[in-house]
Design a protein around this ligand. Structure first.
Ligand code: FES
Length: 119
């Protein structure tokens, strides 16, 4: 069973689940502030569940690539949408600041040490 590392939590999750669903099962969210209420509920269209992910995941979906290709996101930030990205092995997830989690140059909302924990 894969592990998901998020904000000092180490979660046991089912392979094939989305990151958003896996977090929700443990009472956690990939959203910041009001975006936890105001979001597209997993359709992949709002972009508010964007996170940095390291580890084994599904390939980006078409809608995910589309949504991450325009502001406030930037494709070069290599974020993933937690509602689209499926867990395929151990993963470490970091949520950055901003309504969409788009402020990758600021300290992350979650402070997962990606390199140390996924090896
Ligand atoms: S919840 Fe809207 S894109 Fe993921």
């Amino acid at each position: 069973m894969p592990q998901l590392l998020f904000n000092q939590h180490i979660l046991q999750v089912e392979q094939g689940m989305t990151i958003k669903d896996a977090l929700a099962l443990h009472g956690l969210t990939p959203h910041n502030g009001a975006s936890d209420t105001f979001n597209c509920r997993g359709l992949g269209t709002c972009g508010t569940c964007a996170v940095a992910v390291k580890g084994k995941t599904s390939k980006p979906t078409t809608v995910e690539k589309w949504r991450l290709s325009f502001p406030p996101h930037k494709p070069e930030n290599s974020l993933r949408l937690a509602c689209q990205c499926k867990i395929m092995g151990n993963v470490a997830v970091t949520k950055y600041a901003g309504f969409w989690g788009q402020l990758v140059d600021m300290a992350p909302e979650t402070n997962t040490d990606l390199d140390a924990k996924t090896g």
